[in-house]
Design a protein around this ligand. Structure first.
Ligand code: SAM
Length: 217
């Protein structure tokens, strides 16, 4: 089985990515996430960041935080890391792999301060709904890995997936909807938009946002 952490990006050549942007088992084992970044700081994680547009912009806007992106798409990782180099953004690290597996294995319970899931694949066919990321096992995992008082941000343009996200998070006693029970938000002031978000917004799609606060215990 391939390790979850790697300096070789699948879908690109190893030379495309500077290993300093990538999480290595050695650095993680040596000092945990503060060791990976060379400093302790609030840890923000984005799952399925695509081309990393919003991840890079969030990291640049919040230099006091450590950002980790988990993505399977090699070309997106290369695009993000090139941008980090071009713009001198030093507070992002990348894992190529499955988001759930990586979140479960590479993070100790309660170390994540903030989690972002933006426009996860909607799997529109009914028989594929079981492949959706935001489902009850995901919520249990997020409850373990996000610290008490931490925050989860979700966004989708896909109406039925938005309702599924809301249903599974509100069914969990460890999360409270930041906008009030069962409420979506349709506009989030100051939000940095992802590539897909910009595309969907330009097409006039309705985008739903959810923020869940992880209970103190
Ligand atoms: C619809 S795109 C959205 C990309 C980005 N979040 C945005 O809003 O522009 C979904 C992304 O999730 C990634 N993805 C899907 N399943 C994943 C998984 N299990 N682990 C990590 N990334 C995943 C895909 O490769 C793709 O880049």
């Amino acid at each position: 089985m391939e390790p979850l952490w790697t300096t070789r990006i699948r879908g690109a050549t190893a030379i495309d990515v500077d290993p300093r942007h990538l999480v290595t088992a050695e650095r993680l084992a040596a000092g945990g996430w503060p060791g990976v970044f060379g400093r302790p700081a609030p840890l923000v994680v984005e799952l399925g960041f695509g081309n990393g547009q919003s991840l890079a912009e969030m990291a640049a806007a919040r230099p006091g935080c450590n950002f980790v992106g988990i993505e399977v798409f090699g070309k997106g990782i290369v695009k993000l890391t090139r941008r980090l180099e071009r713009e001198g953004i030093g507070n992002v690290r990348v894992i190529q792999g499955d988001a759930l597996a990586a979140l479960g294995k590479l993070f100790a319970p309660g170390v994540v301060d903030e989690l972002h899931v933006n426009f996860p694949d909607p799997w529109p066919k009914r028989r594929h709904h079981k492949r959706r990321m935001v489902a009850p096992p995901f919520v249990d995992l997020v409850f373990r890995q996000v610290r008490p008082g931490g925050v989860v941000h979700l966004a989708t343009d896909f109406t039925c997936y938005a309702f599924q996200m809301r249903t599974v998070f509100e069914a969990h006693p460890g999360f409270a909807n930041g906008a009030g029970p069962h409420r979506f938000r349709y506009h989030v002031p100051g939000r940095i938009r992802t590539k897909y978000e910009r595309k969907f917004a330009a097409q006039g799609a309705t985008i739903r946002y959810l923020t869940y606060l992880r209970a103190a215990r």
